[in-house]
Design a protein around this ligand. Structure first.
Ligand code: UDP
Length: 327
């Protein structure tokens, strides 16, 4: 099996990517500090514990496994925290990724799949975004991811690094087979927080802003099922293997859901009431982020089959009721 180094393989998206990689015949080697990731989530290949800021540790892991490619998921990803602590994001995302990219180039591992984000676009007035939309991030999280995209392009030009950059929208759901799922501590994401409120683990879900210029006053996001998303990453790896060169793909469904619409869908999927309270806006939130995925569908052959709101909430709910990670 061809080894692929998966940074953040103990995290939400990375652990699902490891499952998809095994299915596609690769050996996912997780590189994770376990600061926000979970040892229990590493089920599909070996774990190399380490910090991306530790270049010697990275060199050791590249030498040991000689991975054919890197999938880079490890990142700090909370918009609210990024607004309050930009230094943490510039260091933890940009400096750490620079270390990783330099280590990959030094090891001659030149195929790189990168987890970027629609937060690199900033607020774009409700237009459906695509790969060519201008990037104007409004928070340090998006800015740090855009800087890494630039870094990948520069290393491509100078050192022959080949990268597939995925800018994704809101990732939701869980492995339908229940082996891995979403589990953050602290949790900040809409759907898991809502499921906590539904089963009484929290008193209520707070709606962050009800006065946005949208039909129901809440922010609009484009939600993609995590298994669909990681399958695109495997296709991105094959794209690089086929020598098709560096590129960018947006991964969304083209359909936006407001926070209130996600609340309503969660109520019907779980058949339970969702306790909500209205709160102020959260700093750094864009009004609406929706993407077309025409390019990923046409050129990559991506077929998102699970990204209905009902399946995403249903899979997340099943995981929520059974899944748990202990350190
Ligand atoms: N949101 C909310 N209450 C919460 C968490 C999130 O109203 O407790 C909103 C948030 O403002 C955003 C959407 O839900 O409009 C999705 O937020 P999330 O943090 O899940 O993902 P993000 O869009 O920040 O990547």
């Amino acid at each position: 099996m061809t080894p692929v180094l998966v940074t953040g393989g103990a995290g939400y998206i990375g652990s699902h990517a490891c499952k998809a990689l095994v299915r596609a015949g690769y050996l996912p080697v997780t590189f994770d500090s376990l600061v926000t990731g979970w040892r229990d989530a590493v089920k599909f290949g070996p774990l190399e514990q380490g910090c991306l800021m530790d270049r010697a540790r990275l060199d050791e892991v590249f030498a040991k496994w000689r991975p054919a490619a890197v999938m880079h998921f490890a990142a700090l990803s909370q918009v609210g925290e990024a607004m309050a602590q930009p230094g943490k994001y510039w260091r933890g995302n940009v400096c750490a990724s620079l270390n990783l990219i330099e280590a990959a180039v030094a090891a001659g591992c030149l195929d790189f799949v990168f987890s970027s984000t629609c937060a690199t676009y900033g607020d774009q007035d409700g237009v459906v975004l695509n790969e060519d939309s201008p990037q104007a991030p409004i928070n340090s999280y998006g800015a740090s991811k855009r800087a890494i995209e630039d870094m990948l392009r520069d290393f491509g030009a100078a050192h022959g690094l080949r990268s597939v950059i995925f800018r994704y929208f809101n990732v939701a759901g869980a492995d339908p087979e229940g082996e891995v799922g979403e589990f953050h501590r602290p949790e900040t994401h809409l759907i898991p927080l809502m499921l906590d409120a539904i089963d009484g683990k929290r008193p209520a879900l707070t709606l962050f802003g009800t006065d946005y210029p949208t039909p129901d006053g809440t922010c609009i996001r484009d939600y993609v099922h995590v298994m669909d998303l990681v399958e695109a990453h495997v296709l991105g790896l094959k794209w690089l293997e086929a020598g098709r060169g560096s590129t960018v793909f947006c991964l969304g469904t083209g359909t936006g859901f407001s926070v209130r619409e996600v609340v309503a869908a969660s109520g019907s999927v779980t058949n339970r009431a969702v306790p909500i309270v209205e709160g102020p806006r959260r700093a750094g939130d864009a009004v609406a982020l929706v993407s077309g995925s025409d390019r990923a569908v046409a050129e990559l052959g991506w077929r998102p089959t699970r990204s209905t709101m009902a399946q995403m909430i249903g899979d997340a709910w099943r995981w929520h009721q059974t899944g748990n990670y202990e350190r």
